[in-house]
Design a protein around this ligand. Structure first.
Ligand code: SF4
Length: 251
């Protein structure tokens, strides 16, 4: 089916999210909590757009709004720009030290503005990506707790989690750098828990916690000596591709 985005017609599949149709066609809609690997969060609300459906006109979150008919979408109408600006204000109040938020404030002409008070600090905007990443791993070490202004992401009872494997996936996906990971002297500290790091069997650089190694082994069936750091993995993959090209060239 065809949908209209900012006056142009584009092909869309039934059930496809508006954001995906827009991205496929290089139409920019800002996002904060959207990752291709973890789609449809809809928490930061930066990706709001206006949808005209028959006589109805409403604002929806484009990353989780499925196309079900021939709609018209406005990604940057005056109404949307105004609303998005306020969303940036609120998010920036929650994460005032985040470089990412500072960039967004600059983009929306909000530098130096102190319209909202800092609500939580710690640079968490409660987008939920960290919780989702941990859930996708099947670990469930963190969740959102409390309500209202005390709502936050935490381990159970803010104690070091028994099930956390110290993989750092939660910190990796965090758009504001709110989750702190400290790594030194062969140790990694995250969520109040300290993990001993193991060296890469190829280059000897510390890179993985014992708990994460066991997790990867259980999931992949790989022997520990085959589990390499990212750099060595990439080098090995590059070497393999090089061999394939060499073989082709020899033929
Ligand atoms: S470091 Fe712990 S909390 Fe974070 S994703 Fe890994 S297991 Fe979950």
């Amino acid at each position: 089916m065809k949908i209209t985005i900012d006056g142009q017609k584009y092909e869309a599949q039934y059930g496809e999210y508006i954001l995906d149709v827009a991205r496929r066609n290089n139409i920019f809609i800002p996002t904060l909590c959207h990752l291709e690997a973890l789609p449809g969060q809809g928490n930061c609300r930066l990706c709001i757009v206006e949808v005209l459906e028959g006589k109805r006109r409403r604002v929806v979150v484009s990353c989780s709004y499925p196309v079900k008919g021939e709609i018209e979408v406005l990604t940057n109408s005056e109404r949307i720009r105004k609303m998005r600006k306020n969303i940036v204000r609120l998010l920036a109040a929650a994460a005032p030290d985040s470089d990412f938020m500072k960039e967004l404030q600059k983009e929306y002409g909000l530098q130096g503005e102190e319209r909202f008070q800092v609500t939580r600090g710690e640079d968490c905007i409660l987008c939920g990506l960290c919780v989702r990443a941990c859930e996708e791993l099947g670990i469930y070490a963190i969740s959102t707790v409390n309500r209202g202004i005390t709502k936050k992401v935490s381990t159970p009872f803010t104690e070091p989690s028994e099930v956390c494997i110290g993989c750092g996936a939660c910190a990796y996906v965090c758009p504001t750098g709110s989750i702190k990971v400290k790594e030194e002297g062969g140790k990694r500290e995250i969520w109040g828990k300290t993990f001993a790091l193991l060296p890469c069997p190829s280059c000897g650089k510390y890179f993985i916690t014992r708990e994460e190694l066991e997790y990867v082994q259980a999931k992949t069936g790989l022997a520990p000596e085959k589990i390499l750091c990212e750099k060595c993995r990439q080098e090995q993959a590059g070497r393999k591709m090089g061999d394939v090209f060499k073989d082709i060239a020899m033929k």
